[in-house]
Design a protein. Structure first.
Length: 277
């Protein structure tokens, strides 16, 4: 506060000096920064506790050595990758289809405007979505390989379980954002609840549904390429075996095939979603 010029005999008038933050806010900001620096120092110490820096300093030369062994790629190895690549595409496609089929009812149960019970059913549906999204597909594959054995089935189920949360979350948000006027118009005709959903909500979310499904399929193509590392089938098994035998030229060929597959799937997915939405 500062006193303004006043006439003799008049009480002084004070004006408040504006500041960007109050003293309490500035103090809290400084405390936050100090805590963040302390957390960073502690994490750095924990990370360095078991780190062998001799390997870290030698990493550039090792990477250069492995990179030199990768080139030229062994293109004669391509025919052996056709069937594993087909398996990878099947894992991604069938897993996406299974995840979408399971996610649709979960999404309708999770949406506020379609759930039969906001106190009981909706929390259960949201729990399923959160659980699916919290566990990575690689972890799902590890569990399923231990339960049902290695192979394509474990990979397909892992992709499906992972896809439920992604598709379910985006879809139930799309359901909640539907135009209520169209729903009210269908309801005014005396339609039953199922008819209201079919004629009032489904047409509005159908473009988003196909876009979400294609987007998830594109993601699953990428994720399914590494499921073979844990025995869930696909081209990842070829990658793991090539790394184990130090066949770096084969590894380069596999990486090129994976990169090409991802680029093609992403281009296809983007075009389909652009046409639908």
């Amino acid at each position: 506060m500062s006193a303004l010029d006043t006439r003799p005999g008049e009480p002084p008038h004070y004006s408040q000096v504006w500041t960007f933050r109050t003293p309490r806010a500035r103090l809290a900001l400084w405390v936050g920064w100090v805590a963040l620096v302390a957390l960073f120092v502690w994490c750095w110490q924990v990370m360095n506790e078991n780190t062998l820096w001799i390997f870290v300093t030698d990493a550039p030369s090792q990477a250069a050595d492995i990179g030199s062994r990768m080139f030229p790629p062994r293109l004669a190895y391509l025919p052996e990758l056709l069937m594993p690549l087909w398996d990878t595409l099947n894992i991604a496609t069938l897993g996406t289809m299974g995840g979408v089929i399971l996610a649709v009812p979960v999404a309708f149960l999770a949406a506020r405007n379609t759930t039969p019970s906001a106190l009981l059913v909706r929390p259960v549906a949201l729990f399923i979505i959160v659980t699916s999204r919290s566990i990575n597909s690689l972890i799902w594959a590890l569990l399923l390989v231990a339960i049902i054995g290695p192979g394509l089935l474990a990979g397909i189920v892992a992709i499906a379980l992972r896809s439920i949360g992604f598709v379910g979350k985006l879809l139930y948000e799309a359901i909640e954002e539907t135009d209520a006027r169209q729903v009210e118009a269908v309801t005014a005709t005396g339609a039953a609840r199922a008819q209201v959903i079919h004629y009032g909500i489904v047409p509005q979310v159908l473009p988003a549904f196909w876009g979400i499904s294609m987007f998830r399929w594109d993601i699953n193509i990428r994720e399914s390429t590494i499921l073979g590392l844990v025995g869930a089938g696909g081209i990842g098994m070829k990658l793991q075996s090539s790394i184990d035998t130090l066949a770096w030229s084969q590894v380069a060929t596999i990486l090129i095939v994976i990169l090409g597959t991802v680029v093609v799937s992403e281009t296809l997915s983007a075009r389909v979603r652009q046409a639908l939405i």
